[in-house]
Ligand binder design. Structure first.
Ligand SMILES: [Zn+2]
Ligand SMILES: [Zn+2]
Length: 346
């Protein structure tokens, strides 16, 4: 008998799981006829977090954390059918399905969803990370039969550095160039607020200046108790006010006309993709900051080991390498072909 066959016999039995299916536009829970993060409007949706590829408007009923519902209301200007679920709360859905929202450590309000039916447990992570984040509660390891994990940074080359090291690069650039400003491109939901909170944690007390497009999401975070210190709008200030300051803008504004009002900006960007030099060059980024809200390779593999499911389903971009890792470690796994998550923003 070859070794691979023995290993397969030792692996846990696969779960039966006829009640949950990965369809191209979302994960369908048949007994409750509801969808997790559906890519198109449905009668009943369970939404893991507020990023646009997971949270879409137009569902009949949306179950999500209060934070995620507030983010969706800000983005889609509707609360129709919004049903808040607190972390740790179990909702009873039709068909004998229980749904529990568990912190995912990704952005404000982000949740893994534990689904229970007929004695089987499935965890859908949505997006997650294991690094501490001052803007949201940490990921909780939850035992399950099937673990559905993202793999945005699912290659061994992706090893995110400690965030303090990247924040130190930013503050050093500021000290070295007191007559200029550092302009940081960061996604408006999650990355911008985490970056600001990490700067505060590192002792940066000076006002931080915002592009107008960041303001409402920052205020929403503050409404949920995240302290971001003193924030000011660039549009209320002169070029001289901004010398020696940090300015945060959406990535799309880094190279546009808007930045001409700033005093010789040093262009930075905070993203897990900054590990890839070509991506930094594409955006003319002088100061790439590798700060990610997704798990890196080490976090992905450690999480699978800690959760230790009978089966792992992999989604979001780089399924192949993680699938291979699972096979090499005698773990049952398969890649899902969900649409809309390739190379997602971070
Ligand atoms: Zn996300
Ligand atoms: Zn995602």
């Amino acid at each position: 008998m070859e070794l691979g066959t023995i290993a397969r016999h030792c692996a846990p039995m696969p779960a039966a799981l006829s009640w949950i299916r990965a369809e191209p536009h979302g994960i369908h829970v048949a007994p409750a006829d509801c969808w997790i993060d559906p890519a198109r409007p449905v009668a009943q949706a369970l939404v893991t977090h507020g990023h646009a590829d997971h949270a879409r408007g137009g569902h009949g009923q949306t179950l999500a954390t209060p934070e995620t519902l507030a983010i969706m209301e800000l983005r889609y200007a509707t609360r129709d059918g919004a049903t808040p679920v607190q972390y740790g709360e179990t909702v009873r859905l039709p068909g004998g399905v229980g749904a529990t929202f568990i912190p995912a450590g990704h952005v404000l309000g982000s949740a893994q969803i534990l689904l229970e039916h007929a004695g089987e447990r499935v965890v859908v992570t949505g997006d997650y990370k294991r690094r501490p984040d001052p803007t949201c509660p940490p990921f909780e390891v939850t035992a399950c039969d099937v673990f559905i994990t993202e793999a945005t940074f699912g290659l061994p080359v992706f090893c995110h550095p400690p965030v303090a090291q990247e924040i130190a690069k930013l503050t050093k650039a500021l000290r070295d160039h007191p007559d200029r400003c550092v302009l940081v491109g960061a996604y408006a939901l999650g990355k911008a607020q985490r970056l600001i909170a990490e700067l505060r944690a590192a002792g940066h007390r000076a006002p931080i200046y915002l592009h107008g497009a960041m303001e409402r999401m920052c205020r929403l975070y503050e409404d949920f108790g995240v302290d971001l210190g003193e924030l000011r709008l660039v549009s209320d200030h002169s070029k001289d006010d901004l010398r020696g300051a940090i300015v945060v803008c959406p990535p799309g504004a880094l190279n546009d006309r808007w930045s001409r009002r700033l005093p010789e900006p040093i262009t930075a960007m905070a993203s897990g993709w900054m590990r890839v030099r070509q991506r930094a060059r594409q955006r003319n980024v002088e100061l790439p900051l590798v700060v990610s809200d997704h798990a890196d390779w080490g976090e992905l593999t450690r999480t699978i080991e800690e959760v230790n499911p009978a089966e792992t389903w992999i989604t979001h971009g780089r399924e192949e390498a993680l699938l291979r890792w699972c096979q090499l470690h005698q773990r049952r796994a398969r890649a899902l072909a969900l649409v809309g998550y390739e190379d997602e923003d971070d």
